[in-house]
Write a protein that binds this ligand. Sequence first.
Ligand code: CA
Length: 225
Amino acid sequence: MRILVVEDEIGLADAIGAILKKERYIVDIANDGQTGLEYALTDEYDCIILDIMLPKMNGLDVLTYLRVKEIETPVLLLTAKSEIDDKIKGLDCGADDYLTKPFSTGELLARIRAMTRRKGIVVDINPKYGDITLDLKKGEIVCGTGSIVLGRKEFQMMELLMSNAGQIVTKEAFVKKIWGYDDDSEYNNVEVYISFLRKKLAMLNSKVQIKTRRSIGYCLDGGRL
Ligand code: CA
């Protein structure tokens, strides 16, 4: 799951980023409306946390533009207590929910879970494929009675492979989802992390294998028991 945070209060933006990363979300941060819009238009996000009062372009204008461009990413608006009118306008502009500052960590995470669930992305069920299960809370692959902890990038790659089980995930898709959009220099890293994942699957004696599809990408195999 990749989340975009658009917030100009650097301290708050970084705090939200840290909370989300701890929950294993992939996070990008933009500190003004124009940059936020550029990121959001890539349509690479599962959820956008959008402040209303922003420099360069306000949150409501960002939201309106996104919906005009048919980007349907769920948007959680952040509003100050004094901006009640903006809340209503925001929902009219196509926001999915709003949160009034200051808010608690628990409240923020609950809203994100609710919004992504509505979109049909299941976040709280551990994905399974063949003889393996990905434990989202612990960040582990479980196979039979064995388990092994994955590094952050390994975990994100495994999650992407499992959510596309049986289908090819291109190197480009890994780079876009995990390292950020438009970054060709990361292609070698994809290969490195795939080799780490293969070693870990082998250590667990799993029947699941990551097959290379020449010059295109990778897919899981061995799903049938
Ligand atoms: Ca602000």
